[in-house]
Design a protein around this ligand. Structure first.
Ligand code: EPU
Length: 511
């Protein structure tokens, strides 16, 4: 069948018009990606929302050249999409109560794990509701580097990994996200060898990979660190008994995936029980794997000879859901968060209620009702089903104006604290005692210039800015782009005044 083509004229951020011809179906996805901040043919385009929420991610060429994510601007195989997130800031006018409804997109962390699992599939896999965030772009690029073909149509992506040709993806791509490392096991299962550098990711702690390495060696892999790169080989992987010293989400997912094609049975004890582990198991089973017990502390994988293809919808992102709920609370707003599984928000809902916030929920929604924190609360992060570490920073932003003294103890990562100094710049009173943030509630926060140091710190600062008096500038938005699709658009739809502007443009105005 002949493809129907369409030609669109787009203005680059340097003001030059370019015409682009693509299949009609792919145009909406193209515009989405450009709005989300990706390059096309190494150029930034002036595509974005107009009106109340500002001009969107228009960016100067100079900004485009100053990339911060990975090793710089890169093209995908066909030279079309895929650059690093660009240098932008969010400008927020605070103090406007959010109201309305917001729908939650697909889970970044579930999708990242599932994209490692795709390497096992000998037939095409279609993922729907795939979040259009930069970490996912990076992971897709990695699959392309291995020889997989990737066809995108908005949030529906078809990946054919039936013919993989490379075992040494570009080290810079691998280093730019933590979960790149989780392709090691599936690569060994499919290709018998892999060469990967140590992984990157948000700077929130040491984040070693020792559980991964120990587990893979139990399955029969030979792994050596040579000049900063892991060189791994294996004959056919063999099932084994793995005990994790800590219920690591990543290690559980990685080893579970590696074991799918191993000979015999693998049992992972003290496994992580995170919903993203369950989503991965559901995906793998859809392709023909035999994974049982995901969501409990013992996961059993009975090896099969091959995995086929299939279609899978990425479930909603629980961190995004929690972030929107907290943004609503910070502004004293009334917001319904839809298309989610409320049971995953149990710790967040429970703490909100304890603090005096009215919370209602139905089968697939949660609503917080127009009141700010009445009382301070104490929080301790724990593996699922405990309070999620990823929501600790956004929660701290809200507790900054609670009545009394709150404590937030971070037990998972030793340095997930990038938000603290920045909140204090906005007038918060947060001090760190060991791994505990002691937060003395203040009457209000004042807008100022702050910098996102990592993904969730960035979300926390946006929340703080939405609740603060006056204007807040959040710098280094590329961290936020790693995990929140259409963040400012969603917040704007709830009545927030937030716009994305190129940092160069903001700096020249602020001088
Ligand atoms: N750990 C080790 N050795 C290992 C693996 C982990 O010591 O081999 C430690 C880590 O250093 C950390 C703890 O175990 O102290 C838990 O780490 P885990 O492996 O569970 O985390 P992860 O898989 O690297 C995922 C999410 C994180 C989320 C954590 C905890 C992805 C891509 N990342 O990381 O999400 O905070 O689980 O739930 O799935 C985020 O989205 O902002 C983010 C950082």
């Amino acid at each position: 069948m002949r493809q129907r083509l369409a030609t669109v004229a787009l203005r680059t951020s340097a003001g030059v018009w370019r015409t682009i011809t693509r299949s009609r179906r792919s145009i909406p996805s193209l515009l989405n990606r450009l709005t989300a901040g990706f390059y096309m043919k190494d150029e930034a385009f002036a595509v974005g929302m107009e009106g109340a929420c500002g001009p969107g991610p228009v960016q100067s060429e100079a900004d485009a050249a100053r990339t911060q994510h990975g090793s710089g601007a890169r093209r995908t195989k066909d030279g079309a999409m895929g650059g690093p997130a660009r240098v932008s800031v969010f400008r927020i006018q605070g103090g406007r109560p959010l109201s309305g409804e917001v729908s939650v997109k697909g889970s970044k962390n579930a999708a990242l794990a599932i994209l490692s699992g795709v390497i096992l599939a000998e037939e095409p896999v279609t993922l729907t509701n795939l979040p259009l965030v930069s970490d996912i772009e990076t992971k897709l690029r990695l699959l392309e580097q291995l020889g997989a073909s990737v066809e995108r149509a908005g949030d529906r992506v078809t990946i054919d990994a039936s013919r993989l040709s490379r075992t040494d993806p570009d080290p810079d791509t691998v280093r730019s996200i933590r979960t790149s490392f989780y392709i090691l096991g599936p690569m060994l299962a499919r290709l018998g060898e892999a060469r990967l550098p140590q992984p990157g990711g948000c700077k929130i702690g040491a984040r070693p990979v020792d559980f991964h390495l120990k587990g893979l060696s139990i399955l029969g892999a030979k792994i050596e660190l040579v000049g900063g790169q892991y060189e791994a080989t294996s004959k056919k992987l063999k099932g084994g008994e793995i005990y994790l010293d800590f219920p690591s989400a990543g290690a559980t997912q990685h080893l579970m995936t590696a074991a799918c094609l191993a000979e015999g049975q693998t049992v992972i004890q003290n496994a992580a029980m995170e919903p993203e582990v369950v989503h991965l198991a559901d995906f793998l089973n859809r392709l023909g794997a035999r994974v049982e017990g995901a969501g409990t502390s013992t996961v059993t994988i009975s090896g099969v000879r091959r995995l086929g293809g299939g279609e899978f919808r990425i479930p909603a992102d629980r961190m995004q859901a929690g972030t929107y709920l907290l943004a609503a609370v910070a502004t004293g707003g009334e917001v319904t968060v839809r298309d989610i599984l409320p049971e995953y928000q149990a710790p967040v809902m429970s703490k909100l209620k304890e603090a005096g916030v009215s919370v209602e929920h139905g089968p697939d929604w949660i609503k917080v009702l127009g009141n700010r924190f009445a009382t301070a609360v104490s929080i301790k992060t724990m593996p699922y089903p405990g309070f999620p570490t990823d929501i600790q920073q956004p929660m701290a932003a809200v507790l900054a104006t609670a009545n009394g003294v709150s404590t937030v103890e971070e037990t998972i990562y030793e340095s997930r604290i990038g938000h603290i100094g920045e909140l204090n710049r906005m007038g918060a009173k947060v001090r760190l005692e060991g791994r505990t943030s002691v937060i003395t509630g203040v009457d209000h926060l004042e807008g100022t210039v702050v910098e996102a140091t990592d993904l969730r710190a960035g979300a926390a600062l946006v929340i703080a800015g939405l609740g603060a008096r006056g204007e807040t500038i959040v710098k280094s938005v590329h961290h936020i782009d790693r995990g929140y699709e259409g963040f400012e658009q969603a917040l704007c739809s709830l009545g927030a005044k937030i716009e994305r502007i190129p940092s160069g443009e903001w700096e020249s105005v602020s001088r």
